[in-house]
Design a protein around this ligand. Structure first.
Ligand code: UT7
Length: 325
């Protein structure tokens, strides 16, 4: 029987033009470039213009991914957008992206797993493709997190940025070994007991307002390192591979100290970790595909290499995906 596997055939990204440095933030809230750099590794972030919506960022990243894949939008029959900052409460931002790409067929919907959203969306799209329910998917992580920040809370407002990243996934038949291209394994987790450590204090059903990000940073940090190292191990094991087999790890970019601690726990050298947190900050669901697209574009990640994506976010949610590029 012919085995279907989902192969990444294109990556793309989009960052809003406006760049905000730590020094600019220090002029607004009681913080400093030194504190932000030492505690997070962040130096700057991109912030969307007032008239730029999450769907605009997502559509721009999607077009870049399609161009790299040398495909027209018409080739796509599934669009999954991971976002915690949708244009509107409904409809799904994915349907806005569908329309912006000039498409009127196929399936489009959103996934909500905050910072883990892209890894969740990739696993969902992979399942659609492997079951033969779609042939080519756009999987997009897109956020305008700046819109849900409390710009008076220095504990959160310095940490996040806006952006979008996308991949084109294509179902390929007749492949089965871990040396063949495609998604080899994914593992996802959620644990709703940790709601209060990272959440937005608003929503249509609770307050009828959009609300702002609230976070117990230290607690989230502690869980992140433990959960991420565990799910990476679990995903590698599912494919019968080891951390030493990895060419690259593309982590969710929340904090340079989390990236370092997780890599250390896995026994991976810093030279195998893609880091963009310094110039993107934490872009939630966009961070993993933004980092992936950057490392593919600059030639670090090459065809045939073994790459592991991982993320952790509000919920808590966390997951990983192991990919032969
Ligand atoms: O994407 C989803 C996952 N999110 C994360 O993974 C975030 C995880 N957490 C973190 O990255 C870190 O916990 C933070 C960067 C959020 C905070 O770093 P920390 O080392 O845990 O600092 P802290 O929260 O314990 O705060 C230490 C001190 C406090 O002052 P006192 O109480 O010691 O006097 C804070 O008030 O730093 C203060 N502080 C700041 N000072 C200057 C907090 N934010 C700032 C700031 N500028 N922006």
């Amino acid at each position: 029987m012919s085995v279907l596997r989902s192969v990444i055939v294109g990556c793309g990204s989009y960052l809003p033009a406006r760049i905000v440095t730590n020094d600019e933030l220090a002029a607004q809230v009681d913080t400093s470039d030194q504190w932000i750099t030492e505690r997070t590794g962040i130096k700057r972030r991109h912030i969307a213009a007032d008239n730029e919506l999450t769907s605009d960022l997502a559509a721009a990243a999607a077009k870049a991914a399609l161009a790299q894949a040398n495909l027209e939008a018409a080739a796509i029959d599934l669009i999954v957008v991971a976002t915690a900052t949708p244009d509107q409460t409904f409809p799904a931002t994915a349907t806005r992206v569908q329309e912006k790409l000039g498409l009127a067929r196929g399936v489009a919907f959103d996934i909500q797993a905050v910072c883990s959203g892209f890894v969740f969306a990739l696993a969902v799209a992979d399942n659609f493709l492997r079951l033969g329910q779609a042939n080519r998917a756009l999987v997009i992580g897109a956020e305008t997190f700046s819109r849900i920040l409390d710009w008076e809370d220095r504990g959160t407002c310095v940490l996040f940025g806006d952006g979008a990243g996308a991949v084109v996934l294509e179902a390929h038949a007749g492949i089965g070994s871990t040396a063949d291209r495609g998604i080899l394994a994914s593992r996802l987790h959620s644990d709703g007991r940790y709601h209060d450590l990272l959440y937005v204090d608003g929503g249509p059903s609770s307050t009828q307002t959009t609300g702002h990000v609230r976070m117990e940073g230290k607690e989230v940090f502690r869980h992140a390192v433990t959960n991420l190292a565990a799910v990476v191990g679990e995903t590698l094991e599912a494919a019968g591979l080891k951390a030493a087999d990895l060419d690259w790890i593309v982590p969710h970019q929340a904090n340079k100290r989390i990236l370092d601690a997780t890599a250390k726990k896995l026994g991976l050298g810093a030279d195998k970790v893609i880091v963009t947190v310094d110039h993107h900050a934490n872009t939630s669901a966009a961070s993993v595909p933004l980092a992936l697209a950057e490392a593919v574009a600059d030639g670090r990640i090459k065809a045939g290499q073994l790459v592991l994506l991982e993320a952790m976010g509000g919920g808590f949610t966390w997951g990983a995906s192991l990919i032969r590029m």
